[in-house]
Design a protein around this ligand. Structure first.
Ligand SMILES: *Cc1c(COP(=O)(O)O)cnc(C)c1O
Ligand SMILES: [Zn+2]
Length: 467
């Protein structure tokens, strides 16, 4: 018993590296201390990213050793080494293990599409189901890092009161409210701003259940975002939107996990994901870059962003070379229904500097998104509408010849099917308002059957033969 106890921890590398993190402006390269709250550059207004000025030290450890370290930690039951902080050195090394908040996020499964589903799509593929996070979306990855950071700053600086705030298409507020509710009540309050009527009932129930102050506002997400930005600029609040680079850092764990789940073999890897505010695709590209720089992987993947024809500013930029915000139309991929993605400048920079030949955009229709989701879910998956968007995007990419069917194709299902049950219902009942441009196909329809009269009536309905 005691022999076993001492054996396992010895194989697990504890993170004593604290790094030298600073905020660094993507526009003017100014740097700012990481123990202050900054979301945009005080000098020029551009976005900030977190840079580890001692990253070279990490590079002294060979890639093979990093793979061993990360694989070893998967055996650990230590909360501060679980979830996104398994990759502690690359997430937020400044947060010591005792300040890490772990609520069960990360390590989401990579589920192989069965033969029928792969046949329908045109190639074998894998679904990384980020709906299997505590608040049922990938946003928990970024909240785990942001709230661990906040927890650390509160303890270190003796802040007596912090107001955590975000605008949301639904899932950010669910995740923010959940993680903030774990911190001491007297010191931390949580407020979320939502566009009225533009989040699903399930998403609205989440921040309410976590005890957050929920403010509904007219308009769409972009309107709420402007209000929150003004608040963050003029008042003392902690902004939890993906503009805050401490959130992006947690979301990089998606890429680390994909690489680890493929036994670190990223040759011919293609990752397909929906784009809303563009925080996730930023994090995914940055995550693979980290691993590449540390020689943990030897090739960068191809990254394909997917947008609906009802909210397609990044697609248009890729096609024309010009970026212009668009006005959005109603979309079933509601969490990605954003006309002016906040993190777009980061995407542009990452693509130009590192992913030029490895970045594509695909645009899909609302009809294709619904059919992607419903078809996947009829074959053993629990993907949301944004996951359906990824799947529809991959189908289109295969048809266009953008990817080879023999590539390793990973689609990101960003949240859980159940959050978007309303869209499934509207499809099944053929009751989509015309703006969505979704028509019900009978083959994908389903409805409960009401039967009275017990086993015999059920047997008759099913055409069962008596034994
Ligand atoms: C937030 C969100 C997106 C969009 O991600 P961005 O980082 O805003 O591009 C997609 N799907 C779901 C379920 C989300 O919650
Ligand atoms: Zn600047």
């Amino acid at each position: 018993m005691s022999a076993r106890k001492s054996e396992t921890p010895a194989r697990i590398s504890r993170p004593d590296y604290r790094g030298d993190l600073v905020y660094s402006c993507i526009g003017c390269d100014q740097q700012y201390p990481v123990d202050q709250f900054h979301y945009t550059c005080p000098a020029c207004g551009s976005l900030l990213k977190l840079v580890d000025r001692s990253f070279e030290k990490l590079r002294r450890t060979p890639g093979a050793r990093w793979r061993e370290i990360f694989d070893g930690r998967r055996l650990s039951n230590e909360p501060s080494l679980s979830g996104v902080f398994l990759f502690h050195e690359l997430i937020l090394p400044l947060v010591p293990p005792e300040d890490v908040i772990y609520l069960g996020e990360g390590h989401t499964p990579l589920v192989r599409a069965n033969r029928d589903l792969a046949g329908w799509l045109g190639a074998p593929f894998l679904v990384k189901n980020d709906g299997l996070n505590p608040s049922a979306s990938f946003k928990d990855r970024g909240m785990a890092s942001a709230i661990s950071y906040l927890n650390h700053i509160i303890r270190k600086s003796d802040l007596d009161e912090v107001l955590g705030i975000c605008a949301s298409t639904g899932d950010t507020s669910a995740a923010a409210a959940l993680y903030l509710s774990y911190l001491p009540k007297g010191r931390v309050k949580s407020v979320v701003l939502l566009p009225r009527g533009k989040v699903t009932p399930q998403q609205l129930s989440q921040p309410l259940g976590a005890g957050a102050t929920v403010i509904e506002m007219p308009g769409v997400f972009d309107d709420c975002m402007r209000v929150v930005e003004e608040l963050a600029e003029n008042y003392d609040v902690f902004l939890l939107n993906s503009k805050n680079p401490v959130r992006i850092n947690g979301q990089k764990s998606y890429s680390y996990e994909v690489a680890q789940q493929l036994d670190w073999d990223t040759r011919n890897l293609v990752v397909i994901l929906p784009i809303g505010n563009a925080g996730n695709i930023t994090a995914v590209m940055e995550g693979f870059l980290d691993l590449y720089r540390l020689d943990v992987i030897d090739t960068l993947p191809t990254v394909i962003g997917v947008q609906s024809h009802h909210a397609d500013p990044v697609y248009r930029w890729k096609m024309t070379g010009n970026y212009k915000p668009v006005s959005v139309l109603p979309s079933v991929a509601q969490a990605a229904m954003i006309g002016d993605p906040v993190s777009f400048p980061k995407v542009r920079q990452l693509v130009m500097e590192h992913f030029e030949s490895r970045f594509f955009m695909v645009r899909v229709t609302e009809q294709e998104i619904m059919e992607g989701m419903l078809t996947a879910n009829r074959h053993g998956h629990v993907v949301c509408t944004q996951g359906g968007e990824s799947i529809a995007g991959l189908k289109a990419a295969v048809e266009k010849g953008l990817v080879d069917p023999s590539d390793t194709l990973v689609v990101d299902s960003t949240s859980h099917q159940l959050k978007f049950a309303e869209f499934q219902r509207m499809y099944f009942e053929d009751s989509f308002p015309p703006e969505y441009e979704v028509d019900t196909k009978d083959a994908l329809r389903n409805a409960p059957v009401s039967i009275e009269g017990g086993a015999q009536a059920v047997a008759e309905y099913l055409g069962l033969k008596r034994k």
